[in-house]
Ligand binder design. Structure first.
Ligand code: KG4
Ligand code: ZN
Length: 356
């Protein structure tokens, strides 16, 4: 089975073709980072327009590299949410039109399921092969919009264990970078600076330090950084800036790793998957490896290219439904917030979730 995945939930227009067992045949990502950079964050209207321009060329490129082109595709998978509505609409409408005209099944995929499924992708000739974890596992999904811990028993049975009370970790990186005048997105540049900085140079409070909760919180940390910048200004010399970044990043990493280990212990599981854009962070990958080893937990982290937004992970997440002959009809609506994980505003059928 060959699945064409389409992703347009945020600022990446992506298409990829993946086989049933996770082999990535083609993978195309058109990033809008350069366009949003000057604004220090994503401008939704600009994002939608850029998706409209990029979507057909990106899909064309993804299938052009494939013997048989579109005819060789057995099914189509598309991100239906959560994300920016105007961005999601572009991918979903193209996917529906393709499925309809080609007479192929269509699966609407939750973007977060996609991130969790990324650990099953296999990319030949790239990095070291990542071993796939057996189910069940604890999944830490850490991206620009989400920071949450899941228990994954199967891709039809994903339970939210805890999430952030306020900002996502990626958001904290992005806001910190904006404060420090480092541009957008903040994660990669802070990662780079932190690698040559001293994480003990500046002391930041560890958020949600209690061992009783799995929840995260990063807005206090952002405020602490803002206060420091207000008092001392942005460090002028490169080393002090690197030290500040290393200290800020260090606290985020410590919080992510501690809660992940706690979740594994609480669930009695010894397999941890870390995924999402922030999982590309070198400091996080190294620290998680260290702490997991001490605690006898097996760690699975996809290569950075699979951690940040891509369409191969969306195709992968659709496979379990396609395998049992399931797919969606062509009338589903997109949603901005995640409906199944209690932060939702809209259900999958487009109806509003009442506030309680
Ligand atoms: O998963 P993703 O590509 O998109 C979302 O679904 O949000 O994640 C994007 C986020 C951004 O906040 C970006 O700053 C962060 O991932 N990120 C990183 C790194 N690379 C990307 N954060 C820390 N270190 C990195 N190397
Ligand atoms: Zn994402």
């Amino acid at each position: 089975m060959r699945v064409l995945g389409i992703e347009s939930s945020c600022d990446e227009t992506a298409a990829a073709v993946v086989t049933e067992d996770g082999e990535v045949l083609t993978d195309v990502v058109a990033s809008q980072i350069a366009m949003h950079g000057p604004y220090g964050g994503i401008v939704p209207e600009l994002a939608s327009r850029a998706h409209m321009q990029a979507i057909i060329p990106v899909i064309r490129e993804a299938v052009a590299g494939l013997e048989g082109g579109l005819d060789a595709i057995d099914a189509i998978a598309v991100t239906e949410g959560p994300g920016l509505v105007g961005s999601l609409l572009v991918g979903v409408q193209v996917a529906k039109a393709l499925a309809w005209s080609l007479g192929k099944p269509l699966v609407g995929v939750n973007h977060l399921d996609g991130h969790l499924a990324a650990v099953y992708l296999r990319r030949s000739g790239r990095d070291e092969p990542v071993e796939a974890p057996e189910l069940p596992f604890v999944g830490l999904l850490v991206s620009g919009g989400h920071t949450a811990l899941y228990r994954v028993d199967s891709f039809a049975d994903i339970e939210l264990l805890a999430q952030t009370r306020d900002d996502a970790a990626g958001e904290a990186f992005d806001k910190a970078a904006k404060l420090l005048g480092l541009g957008y997105p903040g994660g990669p540049v802070i990662d780079r600076l932190a690698a040559v900085g001293d994480a003990a140079a500046v002391s930041f409070p560890l958020p949600m330090a209690s061992r009783k909760t799995l929840e995260f919180s990063f807005s206090g940390l952002k405020t602490a950084l803002a206060r420091r910048v207000q008092e001392h200004g942005v460090p002028e010399d490169e080393q002090s800036l690197a030290d500040l970044c290393a200290s800020f990043q260090g606290v985020i990493i410590e919080s992510l790793v501690r809660k992940s280990i706690l979740a594994c212990k609480q669930e009695g599981l010894d397999r941890l998957v870390i995924t999402g854009g922030v999982a590309a962070n070198r400091g996080l990958r190294a620290r998680a490896r260290e702490v997991c080893e001490v605690n006898g937990i097996r760690l699975f982290v996809p290569p950075p290219i699979s951690c940040t937004d891509n369409a191969a992970m969306i195709a992968m997440a659709a496979v379990h439904r396609l395998r049992v002959g399931e797919h969606d009809d062509l009338s589903f609506a997109v949603y901005s917030r995640d409906p199944d994980r209690r932060r939702g505003k809209f259900r999958r059928d487009g109806t509003l979730v009442e506030r309680t």
